[in-house]
Design a protein. Structure first.
Length: 368
């Protein structure tokens, strides 16, 4: 598919991150790798389907109004929701065979969808020049030759850009995640270049715009791709929605562990501001442009999670990533942490290499 280089770059980053975070939620190694991008009509896309699918709709707001869709193979959706619910393997296989997705599955998959949407939202907000916000809407199942297709179901008629990611999880057969984006919305996210008017009789200028004499446009594509990457790195600070010196905010009650955590974060080269869990979040955030929040706790209990809630309430439009550190993590604690806004977790005492890897990813810092 020609064009949409910036959009491809954004989605490649977002979906890779989404796979990692969804895998953490499931306690499995999950990867999402963008492999294909094609232009389709709705009729052509659904006419080629052999298996059932599970569709999540996402509303795009602010300066990029519209709707796009995350389309999962139904067996993948059943597998992931069942793993999250702790359903035994024989029952999962039966549900996949019969295309059974129950209300509990839909609720569980909603948590996974929220994580994927959050990763896309964060990347878009960091990269797009205008204000953007994504909100997950409803979901629906579609099985070919069973469920009807109409002008609005399972999604509206029209022409779409399809970005397909290969899903892989060790020990499980996985399929794909397709992101279907109406062409009109794709053009808002990544407008096609406007060719300047050619001077009369100036054939040479037209040749330059169209590419090299042999038809090659590799150099131009690489330049646009590099620009998108630089924009992504250069706008990270906007995520926090504050001004001033870039910083990491550390909330930790332990007087013994707080200095150790601060020392382990010096590699990032950002200003470090520390506080206790009872500190005024607004006062901490007023000290600079918060790129990351690190919350240290013992058991990831409700008191620590309350800090997540305060931070997210303060930064509703421009969320800041939160990394939670705790000595003990249960599945319930992980789910609660992610539900209340944590983007990643780590076990204390923190392994320096693991901490550095997570901080670089969440802050979008260059690799060492």
């Amino acid at each position: 598919m020609d064009g949409y280089v910036k959009l491809h770059e954004m989605l490649e980053t977002a979906l890779r991150q989404a796979g990692e975070e969804a895998g953490m939620l499931l306690g499995q190694g999950l990867s999402a790798t963008l492999t294909d991008s094609l232009a389709f009509s709705k009729a052509a896309y659904f006419g080629d389907l052999d298996d059932g699918v599970f569709v999540l709709s996402v509303e795009s707001r602010e300066e990029y109004p519209g709707q796009f869709y995350l389309v999962f193979n139904l067996r993948d959706a059943i597998l992931m929701s069942s793993l999250l619910l702790g359903i035994p393997a024989p029952r999962i296989k039966e549900k996949q065979r019969l295309s059974i997705i129950e209300p509990d599955d839909i609720d569980a998959f909603g948590e996974i969808g929220n994580m994927i949407n959050g990763a896309i939202n964060t990347t878009f907000q960091a990269t797009l020049s205008g204000k953007s916000h994504l909100k997950l809407q409803g979901s629906k199942k579609y099985v070919p030759e069973i469920d009807p297709i109409s002008a609005e179901e399972p999604l509206p008629d029209g022409d779409y850009l399809m970005f397909r990611s290969r899903l892989e999880m060790e020990g499980h057969e996985m399929h794909f995640l397709d992101l279907l984006l109406p062409v009109t919305l794709g053009n808002l996210y990544d407008p096609p270049p406007e060719a300047p008017p050619a001077a009369p009789g100036d054939d040479e200028s037209v040749d330059v715009l169209q590419g090299e004499p042999d038809g090659s446009t590799d150099v131009a594509v690489e330049a646009v791709g590099g620009l998108a990457e630089n924009q992504l790195a250069g706008k990270v600070g906007v995520i926090a929605g504050t001004t001033g010196e870039d910083m990491i905010a550390v909330f930790e009650d332990s007087d013994e562990e707080r200095p150790q955590l601060l020392e382990s974060l010096t590699f990032a080269g950002l200003k470090l501001v520390d506080a206790t869990l009872n500190a005024d979040v607004k006062e901490v955030f007023a000290q600079g442009n918060v790129r990351l929040v690190v919350i240290g706790s013992r058991d990831a209990d409700d008191r620590e999670l309350a800090v997540c809630i305060k931070i997210n309430a303060l930064r509703q439009e421009r969320p800041v990533p939160i990394l939670m550190c705790a000595q003990r993590w249960t599945r319930t604690a992980v789910l609660k942490a992610l539900k209340y806004g944590a983007r990643d977790i780590i076990i204390k005492p923190c392994d320096p290499d693991e901490l550095a890897s997570k901080v670089r990813r969440l802050c979008r810092l260059p690799s060492a």
